[in-house]
Design a protein around this ligand. Structure first.
Ligand code: SRM
Ligand code: SF4
Length: 553
């Protein structure tokens, strides 16, 4: 155990919090400021929300001697990304009433809203609750939203596997009733009474955020190897046999700090469906006990594993389980991007994947995405599902209803927008960055669309307009759009300047590497122009752009 004196300050906040309660209620009631007390700014993350301020307005507010324009981002916990149409309608009404109005589909298959002022936080949480939704553990040093492969048509046992997202999320939820107490006027813990016992998180929680993703081969839409725990569904004789377990994935790094790095998860074995919940629980417990609690930049499980060694970590895990992991089974990924448009599954049900650029749900001119999704939800007769590629699916549409949905998609300009988007645009990801993310060093989702227009022009110049290349952009090296597994990764360095990473594969199985540092748009486009030209003339048969750059550079 670490010496108390050297623990990171967040550790003390967790331990003192009495089940994540802290002084949150008092902070929320303080009407003199739009922000929370410092400790509560950390604690509120465990309740699925972050305090932010409008970075576009910082200077103006400072000039006027006003405090920053504080507001909160609130993120739903939504294992597997599923919402009912009624829940979507409720979320859209909420977005119009309490937030900027835009709903953001995230890279972890859920939605978040921005611009919620302090006085509207509790009503927002209560709104979620009315629709059977919550934000507990959507952020913070706990297991976060569990992602699962979104596309029902990729496997006959898709539903069985997809259901594990919810099972795992529930199994690893914090036991505190602090969330209900603070936001939902739940029963209060007696003054001075200890917080609820939590066998997994105890009073220390995990050293850092913790993420679990499930992939169903041959599709790796969840980028399974970028998770702390990646579960790869294994088929035997046409049925679901269990999961290969991969541990220690993570994307975040810090510019100039070589001790931080992205890492792909290492496959350590195979477990049956019955062994899965125990296994993920105990992996989290090993990380709880062995993770670094002094330096938060070394606290993710990937560093724990690299410090201990994979074999020692696995040995510790197995000492806590009453079984040993079996040898990992064969699997193969063949695709990663979303499968757009209509697909039909083994049971004959229809599913439609709708392209949502950078996950931003709002109306823009003729392209009335938000109104269109509302009309689809009001039509009913399907489930809504978010994908880890920031898109939206209509799931389980009956044959007889398909034409109705198609008509709505056309009426709101959605079919046309989807058809017009190039392959690179449809496969691209960008994180939030400006104007809300406090860590952004450069733009991402606000800049990506115009950047891609220039890339499309370059591709057309080289007769590759139809080419698919995974391009991902983030405003800083934390990697929220998983840029280190992109074929072209752009990682914000300074305003208008990015580190260009190349050489990731198209399936999320190989990290890219730094090719050009602190480059502006002109430099990046010049580099890509040259490389696209070489790709056309030097590529091997069926070689992806990522594989090509990894081979020749
Ligand atoms: Fe992230 C922090 C947004 C997925 C790695 N991320 C943040 C914060 C909360 C900034 C902050 O700490 O104050 C960003 C809020 C911006 C805003 O204004 O909304 C933020 N992360 C996002 C989202 C919304 C990006 C998006 O455009 O979709 C994604 C929300 C996912 C969700 O629903 O839970 C998001 N973040 C990711 C991913 C991708 C993934 O998980 O598949 C990663 C890389 C994988 C990983 O965790 O290693 C990721 N976010 C980070 C990190 C770096 C963690 C690290 O190990 O160093 C931070 C910073 C931190 O934790 O200190 C961060
Ligand atoms: Fe913010 Fe950086 Fe994450 Fe983008 S990658 S949302 S800039 S923390």
């Amino acid at each position: 155990m670490s010496d108390k004196a050297t623990l990171s300050p967040v550790e003390g906040i967790k331990v003192r919090s009495r089940g994540l309660r802290g002084t949150l209620e008092a902070s929320l009631q303080n009407q003199l400021t739009g922000q929370l007390a410092a400790d509560d700014q950390q604690l509120i993350k465990f309740h699925g929300t972050y305090q932010q301020d409008d970075r576009d307005r910082r200077e103006e507010r400072e000039r006027k001697k006003l405090e920053p324009a504080y507001s909160f981002m609130v993120r739903l916990r939504l294992p597997g990304g599923d919402l009912t149409p009624e829940q979507w309608i409720g979320m859209q009404e909420l977005a119009d009433a309490n937030t900027t109005g835009t709903i953001k589909i995230t890279t972890r298959q859920t939605i978040q809203v921005h611009g919620v002022i302090k006085s509207k936080l509790k009503p927002t949480m209560q709104w979620f609750d009315r629709y059977g939704l919550d934000a507990i553990a959507a952020c913070g040093d706990v297991n976060r939203n569990v992602c699962a492969g979104a596309h029902p048509a990729v496997s006959a046992f898709h539903e069985e596997v997809h259901a594990f997202a919810d099972k795992i999320s529930t199994h690893l939820l914090p036991k505190t009733k602090g969330y209900a107490e603070i936001w939902l006027d739940g029963e209060r813990l007696d003054e001075g009474a200890p917080a609820e016992e939590d066998p997994l998180y105890k009073d220390v929680y995990l050293p850092r955020k913790f993420k679990i993703g499930i992939a169903i081969p041959p599709h790796n839409d969840t980028d399974v190897f970028t998770n702390d725990i990646g579960l790869i569904a294994i088929e035997e004789d046409g049925a679901f046999a269990g999961f290969n377990v991969a541990i220690g994935g993570g994307m975040g790094a810090t510019h100039g700090n070589p001790d931080t790095y992205p890492r792909l998860a290492t496959v350590i074995g195979f477990v049956t469906p019955e062994q899965t919940l125990d296994t993920v629980w105990q992996i989290a417990a090993v990380q709880r006990d062995f993770g670094n609690r002094e330096d938060r930049k070394q606290a993710r499980m990937k560093y724990t594993i690299d410090r201990m060694g994979v074999d020692a970590f696995k040995k510790e895990l197995e000492s806590r389980l009453d079984f040993a992991l079996a040898e990992a089974k064969e699997f193969a990924f063949e695709s990663r991007g979303d499968i757009y448009g209509w697909t039909q599954d083994h049971a004959g049900r229809w599913h439609y994947t709708l392209f949502v650029e950078n996950g931003l749900v709002r109306d823009e001119g003729e392209y009335r995405l938000k109104s269109g999704i509302l009309a689809l939800a009001e039509r009913g007769g399907c489930k809504l599902r978010f994908t880890t590629n920031q898109n939206l699916m209509l799931v389980d549409v009956a044959d007889a209803d398909k034409a109705d949905f198609e008509a709505i998609l056309q009426e709101y300009g959605l079919t046309e927008a989807q058809r017009a988007a190039s392959n690179v645009r449809r496969d691209a990801l960008a994180c939030v960055a400006m104007n809300t993310c406090p860590l952004a060093l450069a733009e991402a989702q606000r800049y990506m669309p115009s950047f891609l227009t220039k890339v499309e022009a370059l591709l057309a110049k080289h007769d590759m307009a139809e080419q698919g290349i995974h391009i991902r952009m983030t405003g800083c090296p934390n990697g929220c759009a998983r840029p280190y597994v992109a074929e072209i990764g752009l990682i914000g360095r300074n305003p208008g300047r990015y580190n260009l990473h190349l050489g990731g594969d198209a399936l999320g199985q190989r990290l890219n590497t730094l090719y050009q540092e602190d480059a502006d748009e002109g430099m990046i486009l010049e580099t890509l122009d040259g490389l696209f030209g070489r790709y056309v003339s030097e590529r091997e048969a069926a070689e992806s752009f990522g594989d090509f750059t990894a081979r020749v550079l």
